[in-house]
Design a binder for this molecule. Structure first.
Ligand SMILES: *Cc1c(COP(=O)(O)O)cnc(C)c1O
Length: 464
């Protein structure tokens, strides 16, 4: 460096981030810039832009983890560079994934939890594809063996999360979704039986329906399918979508029989990143027994010189989320999970009670008996100057993100509001939330909204 340029270069290095050239022009949005920029400058630009996203902890619309302890932050950082698919290169990550599979198989009462098979996925959506494909393959093998037509598979569900609609469309399966009706927001045995025939690859009850947080009654569906088999010979398996409930029911509702205790339940999916308390990016699907996953779907990969069976739609994926799942299992144990889910359920019940006292809402789900959350609708005769969409919007001005949406078929007439209470929530936050609801109602009394269609767009809501 020429000595006379020293001052110029020093000045550039000492420059305040916000007076640097990069922060005094608009950030590139459509073309990759030609030149490099300073790390700190670019970090600040992006960090600051993300402030607009809001605070995920105040997002009561999501089911996913928004609070993670120090141990998880550290392990995630340490695993940032590890690809979970490279079983041979990262054998301990692979071994830990296996341990998680067996721990969950045991949690869900698989008869041979140490030997059964399962895998991690990016979330319940990929897990649902895997579970659905296994059902389709098993059904096809059975039909072929009987010399029957295999061109018209169908799947029977209640009001499901969109991943099952995707499964049906992507993999050419007719979705026989039981619509909601007045007085019935879940599937029931009678409606299931009406839709089952020899082309039914399986029935999918949901443990923790996204629209209401409630559990569908797996046991009664199971019993009805047992009866169906007795009278017709049709043997239809159950896959339980336990995206949220898979990590809630075993701790809060241990007597509820919904899992592999029922022999007809052949597979279960759950989201590690929801009530599994792991960071975003991990789901699980577990089969009751090894033989329940058709061999044709399994690929064998090299693993410590041997073979390891794998089944997934994805290839490269980070290993940290899987490691964090194992960390949670060891760190919390069953007792820790129970305490956390119970605390959340207690807060949800408290919030539902307070919402009821506001007099203008009908509680649909009060946080008890299923997921830690609550859900309500406006009373028919409430006669208030706002819609639930307006109320969500008003709450957003205080940072809260609260889902309002219309129900699916055939209850599109019904608009509901829902909060999910997750690890990282406290009674104090619940009190602040209620105070903000009260403040919002007072505000609407003074400023009623005339155009109740102003929030039409909010009806497009993603049930994640
Ligand atoms: C969230 C959810 C899914 C999708 O799970 P992801 O982990 O977000 O992929 C599927 N089914 C139900 C019932 C859910 O709640």
């Amino acid at each position: 460096m020429a000595l006379h340029e020293k001052d110029k270069i020093m000045a550039k290095m000492d420059e305040d981030i916000y007076t640097s050239t990069d922060l005094r022009i608009s950030a590139p949005k459509n073309k990759i810039p030609e030149k490099e920029s300073r790390t700190e400058d670019v970090y600040s630009i992006i960090h600051d832009e993300l402030m607009i996203d809001g605070n995920s902890r105040l997002n009561l619309a999501t089911f996913c983890s928004t609070w993670l302890d120090e141990g998880i932050h550290k392990l995630m950082d340490e695993c940032l560079d590890k690809n979970m698919i490279d079983k041979d290169e990262y054998p301990q990550t692979a071994a830990i994934e296996e341990r998680c599979v067996h721990m969950m198989a045991d949690l869900w009462n698989s008869p041979k939890s140490k030997n059964t098979i399962g895998c991690s996925t990016t979330g319940s959506s990929e897990a649902a594809m895997c579970g659905g494909l296994a059902m389709k393959w098993r059904w096809r093998e059975k039909m072929k063996a009987a010399g029957k037509d295999t061109s018209k598979p169908n799947l029977v569900t209640g009001p499901v999360q969109v991943c099952w609609e995707k499964f049906a469309r992507y993999f050419d399966v007719e979705l026989r979704q039981i619509p909601m009706e007045h007085g019935r927001l879940l599937m029931n045995a009678e409606e299931v039986l009406k839709r089952c025939d020899e082309n039914t690859i399986g029935v999918v009850p949901t443990l923790g329906v996204t629209f209401t947080c409630q559990y569908e009654d797996v046991k009664s569906i199971n019993d009805a399918l047992d009866e169906l088999q007795k009278s017709t010979g049709l043997d239809i398996p159950i896959h339980v979508d336990g995206a949220s409930g898979g990590f809630v029911a075993p701790f809060l509702h241990p007597d509820l029989v919904w899992d592999f205790r029922l022999p007809r339940v052949k597979s279960i999916n759950a989201s590690g990143h929801k009530f599994g308390l792991s960071p975003l990016g991990v789901g699980w699907v577990i089969w009751r027994e090894k033989s329940d996953l058709p061999e044709g779907l399994v690929f064998n990969v090299n693993y410590l010189g041997g073979n390891m069976p794998t089944f997934a739609l994805n290839f490269s994926r980070p290993g940290g989320q899987i490691i964090a799942q194992y960390y949670n299992f060891l760190r919390l144990g069953k007792e820790g999970y129970r305490r956390i889910q119970q605390a959340c359920a207690d807060h949800a019940k408290y919030i539902a009670g307070k919402i009821q006292k506001l007099k203008v809402f009908d509680i649909i789900y009060d946080g008890q008996g299923a997921l830690p959350g609550a859900c309500w609708t406006l009373k028919k005769d409430a006669n208030v100057g706002f819609t639930l969409y307006d109320l969500s919007d008003r709450m957003r001005s205080r940072g809260w993100q609260i889902a309002s949406y219309s129900m699916p078929e055939n209850r599109q007439d019904m608009v509901v509001q829902r909060v999910l209470i997750r690890h990282g929530f406290s009674r104090d936050l619940a009190d602040l939330l209620i105070a903000d609801f009260e403040r919002a109602l007072e505000w609407f009394e003074k400023h009623p909204v005339n155009n109740s269609n102003s929030m039409e767009d909010a009806k497009v809501f993603n049930h994640n």
